[in-house]
Design a protein around this ligand. Structure first.
Ligand code: MG
Length: 165
């Protein structure tokens, strides 16, 4: 018999650079900015942390197992596909998502002006009401690499509930 609930957490970081030609995408939402996150995929640090939290709750490895960054076909891939793959596994394993709690870490970009738009996009992607999607942000008080604006991090926490028969 499977457990009635499972919790998971995910953590991700991506380097930040000034690149007006590359979109800055956070939580499936394009943020108007000259800044961009660097990575093999579209580097959506929120969706990566969230997808890893889902996989973690299911004990299904991590997103690097599903989408190796050594594979050319995943270059610049839309991270919504990564999230979709994790949600498909969740459904296959007989769970549904109860709530998500996200914390973005870094000095820039400021999350607050985009918080509602990102939560609304996540609501669509996850099929959850806004009241079940928390998005928080913190700086590191200028300490360390994130404090020097070299990158952005995100921590995600999820709770899954047994979806029933
Ligand atoms: Mg990542």
């Amino acid at each position: 018999m499977r457990p009635a609930q499972r919790q998971g957490h995910g953590l991700d970081f991506h380097r930040l650079s000034v690149d007006p030609g590359r979109p800055l995408i956070l939580g499936g939402t394009t943020i108007p900015s000259d800044l961009a996150l660097l990575g093999h995929s579209d580097a959506d640090v929120i969706l990566h942390a969230l997808s890893d939290a889902l996989l973690g709750a299911l004990a299904r490895g991590d997103i690097g197992d599903l989408f190796p960054d050594t594979e050319e076909r995943y270059k610049n891939m839309d991270s919504q596909l990564i999230l979709k793959a994790a949600l498909d596994l969740m459904q296959k394993d007989g769970y549904h998502l109860a709530n998500v709690d996200l914390t973005v870490m870094g000095e820039v970009p400021r999350i607050k002006p985009h918080r509602l738009a990102i939560r609304e996009r996540l609501s669509e992607l996850l099929g959850l009401p806004l009241s079940s999607i928390s998005l928080k942000a913190t700086t590191t008080e200028t300490m360390g690499a994130l404090g020097r604006k070299e990158g952005v991090g995100c921590m995600a926490s999820v709770l899954l509930l047994d979806a029933g028969p």
